[in-house]
Design a protein around this ligand. Sequence first.
Ligand SMILES: *Cc1c(COP(=O)(O)O)cnc(C)c1O
Length: 363
Amino acid sequence: MVKFLDLFNVNERFRTDIDAAIKRVLDSGYYLLGNENKNFCEHFAKFCGVKHCIGVANGLDALTLIVKAFDFERGSEIIVPANTYIATILSISQNGHITVLVEPDINTYNIDINKIEQAITPKTKAIMVVHLYGQGVEIQPVLDLAKKYNLKVIEDCAQAHGATYIGKTERVGSLSDASAFSFYPGKNLGCLGDGGAVTTNDEELANRITALRNYGSHIKYHNIYQGVNSRLDELQAAVLDVKLPHLDADNARRLEIAKYYKENIKNDKISLPIIHSDSSHVFHVFAVRCKTRDDLQKYLADNDIQTLIHYPIPPHKQECYKEWNDRNYPITEEIHNTILSLPISPVMCDNEVEHVVEIINKY
Ligand SMILES: *Cc1c(COP(=O)(O)O)cnc(C)c1O
């Protein structure tokens, strides 16, 4: 059986250090907003090449807190790719704003840079880009548009820890106004439960989010904002600090597998993803497209190969967004109807990768 992602083995590699980190937290008697959170956030900020990192409870909260902290007028419009994960969109609607869906590029699955400007109106306040499947977006044209129209740029980096932007050497999470990361166990950098972070170079925004995630207070029981409770706990921060130094190596292994797939999957029925440069894609997901996707998935399952669909239903067809159900986003729908994620992870071994290729080529 080739597992889609063997999470036990992902963490087992660091067992000794994780055990020691957990023991250290337990022994400290200090479980929230202590040294572990401080250390990890310092290290993660440095890793991303950014001044500030604020630990929060999960990726959705990271996004939601960024939007909240900008304090846009209620009913402002925020532009997002139409094929993103639902969390990106929830962060906008939960703040009382209007989501403006823009079609992705069929080749990169990221927002189509050429379709952003026509979606901008006087009510637009921000462009939220998503480095989907682990591929950095081409950020410069987005930053240029934001400057021209006086908009904020927010990044959803939940799938792309460590990737660089296309056309740049900087890592995602460093060049926009604020970025959100998730440390959900299955992400490229994952903890043992839920976790998330905001990165930004904006000190004032960092301070506001630091308070917002802690009931709106910097000083205990002095509440300057109506905040939420969304903290990265000490246990998760300690585990993340063990795993962060291995992230680049893990991403390199993912890239190696992706390149093997790219070079060796030879099947006219299957389209393979694009790699712009070795650092711009960290392959959180290796997504192929196939017209007979459901049949392919069943064929692979019959051959003991686990796959997943990211994602089966586009946001505008979800029940929770009924008001959009009649809209048409043909590229988004094409992606959702044909996409399939093959197994990829830093702990997949060569013979598993070769086996996947062999079986797929016989489809
Ligand atoms: C995982 C993910 C999120 C949400 O992160 P959680 O930690 O699960 O809340 C947001 N956006 C994208 C693109 C994701 O993949």
